[in-house]
Design a protein around this ligand. Structure first.
Ligand code: HSE
Length: 284
């Protein structure tokens, strides 16, 4: 039986819309065991059908992509990553399915090829790239090929997530974005994104606070997160940088300690996390 462990991810990292992402040490675990027909264990009832199961879809897509006959398996799932909260849960299902197929086929794919298959399914790289490679990753596209580069992150940083009770779908969060943005707003973000690898590498939270001032998505999405403005105001006085995690609803804090208490008055579920190491595949 093959095991595939895929980290949660926090995409955008504030000013890196659709480009930057980080893996966090919270994970979903998938298993793939050869059987005579497909079956599903550990999934909620609606996801026990092939047509509703994104792990199966990604698994089958990978076989088709490689022109190999589909090998039936029992797909098992143990989930830790909350759904529709901006922590890369659907990316984890895609990466799980593609890596499961790769394991069952005896590893014909490199990580770069896995990245590109996952991006074909997901549509953007900022969650799947860190889920595959781990750490803090910046992605770009050369013609049709996605590539990514990893940057080191200081050990002293704490990543605290505040997870609201309500979901926000990526579709809903993309619908509130404008069709066009101003040059001035792009320049504002460019001037910040370029310094992010340095701030994260040095673990410089006061620099991160200045850099975490997005103009491309957060101003439009904060209306979907009722607590955002109040929490932003609280963070101004503290040694902590705040961002919407992915497309929300989770909020991400980067600081020097567990900052969960900032979220406590709002009833959010909190987790104090370290950086994730990327997908892990093994056989037992
Ligand atoms: N970059 C994506 C977005 C991440 O913000 O819409 C969520 O999938």
């Amino acid at each position: 039986m093959f095991y595939v462990k895929v980290n949660a991810t926090t995409a955008n990292v504030c000013v890196g819309f659709d480009v930057l992402g980080m893996a966090l040490d919270m994970a979903n675990l998938f298993t793939f065991e050869r059987k005579t027909e497909f079956s599903f264990v550990g999934f909620e009832p609606p996801y026990r059908k092939k047509e509703n199961n994104l792990v199966y879809k990604a698994y089958a897509y990978t076989f088709k992509k490689l022109n190999r006959p589909l090998i039936p398996v029992e797909i098992g799932f143990q989930g830790e990553i909350p759904i529709c909260r901006g922590l890369g849960s659907s990316s984890s299902l895609i990466v799980g399915g593609v890596c499961g197929a790769n394991a069952v086929m005896n590893q014909p794919l490199s990580k770069e090829e896995i990245l590109n298959i996952c991006c074909e399914i997901e549509g953007h790289p900022d969650n799947v790239a860190p889920a595959i490679f781990g750490g803090f990753v910046a992605s770009y596209k050369v013609n049709t090929i996605y590539k990514c580069i990893s940057y080191p992150v200081a050990d002293k940083l704490h990543f605290t997530v505040g997870i609201p009770s309500y979901p926000i779908s990526t579709k809903q969060a993309r619908e509130v974005l404008p069709k066009e943005v101003k040059y001035a707003d792009i320049v504002h973000n460019l001037g910040r994104i370029v310094h992010l690898p340095k701030a994260l590498n040095e673990g410089n939270v006061s620099l991160l606070k200045e850099l975490f001032d997005d103009r491309l998505h957060e101003p439009y999405r904060k209306s979907l997160i009722a607590e955002y403005d109040t929490i932003k105001e609280i963070c101004k006085e503290k040694e902590v940088a705040l961002a919407i995690s992915g497309s929300g609803s989770t909020l991400l804090l980067i600081g020097y300690k567990d900052n969960s208490m900032i979220f406590n008055p709002f009833g959010f579920i909190t987790k104090d996390l370290k950086i994730g190491q990327g997908v892990k595949v093994w056989e037992e």
